[in-house]
Design a protein around this ligand. Sequence first.
Ligand SMILES: [Zn+2]
Length: 330
Amino acid sequence: MPEQFVIGVDLGGTKILTALANREGHVLAEQKIPTEAAKGQQHVVAQIVQSVEQVRKKAGVKPEQVPALALGAPGPLDSCKGIIHFAPNLAWHDLPIRQVLERRLSIPVLLDNDANLAALGEHVYGAGRGEDNMVYITVSTGIGGGLIFGGRLYRGFADVAGEIGHMTVFPDGPLCGCGNRGCLEALASGTAIARDARELAACGRGAQILAAAGGDAAGITAVTVAAAAAAGDNTAESIIARAARYLGIGIANIINLLNPSLVVLGGGVMDIGEPVWQNLRTEVQARTLEEAGKSARLAAAELGGRAGVMGAIALAQRCAFGVMDNQTWK
Ligand SMILES: [Zn+2]
């Protein structure tokens, strides 16, 4: 039998990352292309097809040598039926993406949530290697997460488990994109940090934040707030400390509820570094029950922007060569 390979695709709002790997998970070809979501659904599907064909040809692999391709996409979606219900950044509604891609590519397709696959990627290839009970959290523009228990992804009854960003941590807090108030995402994401800084800048506070943004409040981002904090701006420091504190509260809740051995943290806000880590560690320590807190290690994600595509590779490998956990374990 000719050698077999798997393909992983990470579909994002701005880019599509595609990789082809052998049975052992060594990546032989990889490609990043723009999603060009504004050009519509059919164009994005064509972009996915093109990127898959290109990595396959680059590696000299025929479609019949690929027993599984896994696609990670923004949800909500139905991983069993292969349907993306709604993708705000892509303006999609109820797209049967598995069926569409299988017809165009002649390769069996699996679909999963992008945060779930990033969690699986870190579990199999990143900071979570060898940890069978771990939680993955990404803190960037939004806050997402994925849960691994007994070495498998836990997707929940309706495929929506792991929405860590929408845990309420402050009942009367700021409005979240989901419509509720005081979600973790509304208090600790990069978007929340930038919003807080803009509000304070409007009151004349945080001179260095405004300077780091070139004097224009509209240009303030979590990155400019972090730069001002590093330069010693007290307002910037307190905004970051507050966001990290809420993050710590959310993580402590998760640790007390699930007793993982590891919490992997990734995303741009974590890259701010010590001011975030130090404040969240203090909060986690203060709020976790002794045994749960002692046994849960906090670690930085290792795969960065490649976590999703490596998770897609891992899911396709499990389906093609090993345990099939996509459809059988809820
Ligand atoms: Zn929310």
